[in-house]
Design a protein around this ligand. Structure first.
Ligand SMILES: Nc1ncnc2c1ncn2[C@@H]1O[C@H](COP(=O)(O)OP(=O)(O)OP(=O)(O)O)[C@@H](O)[C@H]1O
Length: 361
C-alpha cells in the first residue's frame, strides 16, 4: 500500500488553478522531491496534505486512510516551512523538545531524543541559548530538529534550506540524506532548486502551473525528459535545443541544422511519428569541443563567453544563429575565446516534436 496516495487533486484560488488534477503515489520510506518554478503549486500541494488548504477535488490517502476529512493534528504528518518560527522565549533545547511535551510523550527519553537530534544536526552548542543568539543556519537546524524529533509517518518540508547560504545548504542536504537513511521516514520535500532535488530524492515530481510534467528517478528525468519544460528545467546548464530537420537516409535518421549534420542511426519505428522539423536536444556534456577540426569535431563555432568555475568551464558557443552551452574540464586546450570545433554525441537522443513540446522516446 502507498504511504501517500494523491488522487486527482485540484485547487483553485479565484481565477488561479494552483493544482490541476495532480495524482501520484509515494511508497513507504520514499524520499520524494516536488520541484518546479515559482507559482507551480508546490506549497499548495504540501498544504493540502498537511490540512492547511482544502482541495476542491481529489483525494489524499495515507496508508489507505482518508486525510482530507481528518483534522490536521490527527494526520500523522509534521511540516516544516521555509520561514522559521522558533519560539523566542524558549531555549534551543525547549524548541526542539516542544513536540514531545504533549501528554503521553513524557518520560526520560525526551532528553535523550533531544540530544540525539541536536547531535545529528550539529546544534548541541546552542541548546541552552535563546534563538535571538543563533545564526541563520543554527535557527534553521533547530527548526528542522523540532520538525523531525517526533517520528511521524510523513515528513513534509517546504523549501527548508532556501534561506541559507550555499555552504550550509549543502551540509544540511547531507544531513537530510543521512536522516532519511537512518529513519526511512516517508518524506515529501518541496524545492525550486533542481540540484537539491536531484541530490536528495528517490523520485522527483516536476510540477509547472499546477500540473505534473513528469515523475521519475533523478536519472530518468535527466536522461529522458518528457517534454521541453522538464528538459530546460532539470540540469545545469539547461539542455540546448537546436532547430533541425530529420530525414531518413539508408535506413538511418539524419538530423541537419544550421552548421551541423548528424547521423543518428536507426531510431526505431517512433521516428515516423516525428514531423520533419524537430528540436535536437543536447546536454552540455554531449558536446565535444576541440581547438581544431577533426572527424569527431567537424562543426566550426565561435566562443562568445567562458564562465570559469574552477574544475570546469562553461562555454557559450555560437553555432549559426544559436548559442550553445558546453562544458570543458580545467586544463582543456580550448581557452575561452576565438574559434572552436564541435562534435555532438547525444546519448540518449533527445528529439523534440516542436509542435507538441514532447520528446520522442
Ligand atoms: N491563499 C491563496 N490565495 C490566492 N492565491 C493563492 C493562495 N495560495 C496560493 N495561491 C496561488 O496559487 C499559485 C500556486 O502557489 P504556490 O504557493 O503553491 O506555488 P509554489 O510553487 O509554492 O511557488 P513558490 O516557489 O513561489 O513558493 C500561485 O499563483 C499563487 O499565487
Amino acid at each position: 500500500m502507498s504511504a501517500l496516495s494523491i488522487q486527482g487533486l485540484t485547487k483553485r484560488f479565484d481565477k488561479v488553478t494552483a493544482l490541476a488534477d495532480v495524482s501520484f503515489e509515494v511508497k513507504p520510506g520514499e524520499f520524494i522531491c516536488v520541484v518546479g518554478p515559482t507559482n507551480a503549486g508546490k506549497s499548495t500541494l504540501l498544504k493540502t496534505v498537511a490540512g492547511l488548504v482544502r482541495p476542491d477535488e481529489g483525494r489524499i490517502l495515507a496508508n489507505g486512510r482518508d486525510l482530507v476529512n481528518t483534522a490536521p493534528k490527527d494526520r500523522g504528518v509534521s511540516l516544516l516551512f521555509q520561514n522559521i518560527a522558533l519560539f523566542p522565549t524558549m531555549t534551543g533545547y525547549e524548541n526542539i523538545a516542544f513536540p514531545l511535551t504533549a501528554p503521553g510523550d513524557g518520560g526520560p527519553t525526551i532528553d535523550q531524543r533531544v540530544r540525539e537530534v541536536a547531535a545529528l544536526l550539529k546544534v548541541g552548542h546552542v541548546l541552552n541559548r535563546y534563538p535571538r543568539t543563533f545564526s541563520g543556519g543554527e535557527q534553521q537546524r533547530v527548526a528542522i530538529g523540532r520538525a523531525i524529533i517526533k517520528p511521524t509517518d510523513l515528513l513534509l518540508l517546504d523549501e527548508p534550506l532556501s534561506n541559507l547560504d550555499a555552504r550550509i545548504r549543502i551540509a544540511l542536504r547531507i544531513e537530510f540524506k543521512k536522516l532519511h537513511r537512518e529513519r526511512r521516514q516517508t518524506i515529501l520535500y518541496v524545492t525550486h532548486d533542481q540540484t537539491e532535488a536531484m541530490s536528495l530524492s528517490d523520485r522527483i515530481v516536476v510540477l509547472n502551473e499546477g500540473r505534473i510534467q513528469q515523475i521519475g528517478t533523478p536519472q530518468e528525468i535527466y536522461d529522458r525528459p518528457a517534454n521541453l519544460f522538464v528538459a530546460r528545467f532539470i540540469g545545469t546548464p539547461p539542455m540546448n535545443i537546436l532547430d533541425a530537420e530529420v530525414t531518413s537516409e539508408g535506413g538511418g535518421a539524419v538530423v541537419t541544422g544550421t552548421g551541423f549534420r548528424l547521423a543518428l542511426g536507426d531510431l526505431g519505428p517512433g521516428v515516423t511519428a516525428l514531423p520533419r522539423q524537430i528540436g535536437l536536444g543536447l546536454r552540455a556534456e554531449d558536446i565535444r569541443v576541440a581547438v581544431a577540426e577533426s572527424r569527431d569535431t567537424p562543426f566550426p563555432a565561435e566562443i562568445v563567453w567562458a564562465e570559469h568555475l574552477g574544475p570546469k568551464t562553461i562555454l557559450d558557443l555560437r553555432l549559426g544563429a544559436k548559442v550553445l552551452k558546453a562544458v570543458i574540464a580545467d586544463g582543456h586546450p580550448v581557452k575561452g575565446e576565438g574559434r572552436a570545433w564541435l562534435g555532438f554525441t547525444p546519448k540518449p537522443h533527445h528529439l523534440l516534436n516542436r509542435e507538441t513540446g514532447l520528446f520522442l522516446r
